[in-house]
Design a protein. Structure first.
Length: 370
């Protein structure tokens, strides 16, 4: 994807010029992957606002990743140094950097002191350190065609793994939550996932009332709600979905809250329009649950962005800020949780589009009795 990465770096340069910064020092590995394609565990990237060549910048990693960088970042000047970010800051004088942007949300206080010292060591005069204020994350909000294709594939892997798990009788009385979770994870890996998107949630019976329950040794039993929250990572991009099953015929209260959450989830999905305020999207789903008298039992936000991280901007909640842009992938995941009894959450990954949201998770949302 070299041409795409070059374009992303050029868009970052445009932001630097707007803010009168000479360079950006990127140290967040997720952002480095977005800008270069590098997948190692130690790196930093210096993107110059202007300079020699059409793509001025320097990529730094250590000797362990020299050959990997040959394949993943062949187009940039390379520096091998274990300290990475300070090593690039120490080139401030060489590139006539007087205003250097850094990732303040990622750099510690001690790290900033190290960068400041390194920049001053090579500069003819003082170097102004300025927060990038999440500039790369803002670029990541809107996905390109290739990113959406990777997300689509990640969602398809998760859909298929769940279908195979159900068809094989993998969700049944007597199995433990851990066993079901490991089975689902292995199926995603066998289907091409690089890894599960996050620690798979399998929550059964009263545990399903815990929004982020960790799978334990509890055995599934007839009458249980079984909540599965999981996803697949594919080429760095993450899917995220939640579905709920019931073992045996559903009780009336189980049908009631499942139908309620399904209605709220549909309202939230329909509110995903270009330009929609994220608070109002959350409100569209939440008011369905509140009108039914279960407002306090919906204890989290409606959803979040997904991409190279499973939780990224934007945040769909009453505390969120901003509006939705076209080609932004998000989750919609309302829930109702009844302590001591059970809970339901229904979650999809979707892409905001001008003609209506595109649904990437295609597994049905009926309450299926197993």
């Amino acid at each position: 994807m070299p041409a795409t990465h070059v374009d992303r770096r050029e868009r970052l340069r445009a932001l630097l010029r707007d803010r009168e910064l000479d360079a950006a020092l990127v140290s967040n590995l997720v952002n480095i992957r977005y800008l270069t394609g590098f997948t190692g565990s130690n790196a930093a990237l210096l993107v110059l606002a202007d300079g020699p060549g059409p793509d001025p910048g320097v990529f730094c990693t250590d000797g362990r990743y020299d050959l990997q960088a040959d394949e993943e970042v062949p187009e940039l000047e390379r520096l091998l140094d274990r300290t990475s970010a300070p090593a690039l800051a120490a080139r401030a004088g060489r590139y006539r950097i007087r205003a250097l942007g850094y990732e303040s949300h990622h750099v510690t206080v001690d790290g900033l002191a190290a960068l400041t010292r390194a920049a001053a060591s090579d500069a003819a005069g003082p170097v102004r350190m300025a927060s990038l204020e999440g500039a790369v994350e803002r670029l990541r909000l809107v996905k390109d065609h290739e990113e959406i294709e990777d997300l689509r594939r990640a969602c398809a892997i998760a859909d298929q793994a769940l279908a195979e798990l159900v068809a094989a009788g993998g969700i049944r009385a007597g199995r433990t939550e851990r066993e079901v979770g490991r089975d689902l994870d292995n199926r995603m890996l066998d289907l091409g996932a690089g890894a599960p998107s996050f620690a798979t949630i399998v929550a059964t019976g009263p545990n399903s009332a815990i929004p982020h329950h960790r799978p334990a040794d509890r055995e599934l039993a007839t009458g249980d709600l079984v909540k599965l929250d999981f996803g697949a990572e594919y080429r760095g991009y993450h899917s995220d979905m939640t579905r709920v099953f019931v073992l045996g015929p559903p009780a009336g209260w189980q049908r009631e809250i499942h139908e309620l959450v399904r209605a709220a989830q549909l309202a939230g999905r329909e509110a995903l329009t270009v330009g929609a305020d994220v608070v109002e999207v959350d409100r569209a789903a939440r008011q369905v649950i509140e009108k039914a008298g279960y407002g306090p039992q919906f204890s989290h936000g409606l959803g979040h962005g997904v991409g190279l991280e499973v939780h990224e901007a934007p945040t769909l909640s009453s505390l969120g800020a901003g509006t939705l842009a076209e080609l932004t992938p998000v989750t919609v995941e309302p829930g109702v949780y009844l302590p001591g009894r059970g809970g339901v959450r229904i979650e999809d990954t979707l892409v905001v589009r001008a003609d209506g949201p595109e649904l990437l998770t295609l597994t049905g949302k009926d309450l299926v009795a197993l």
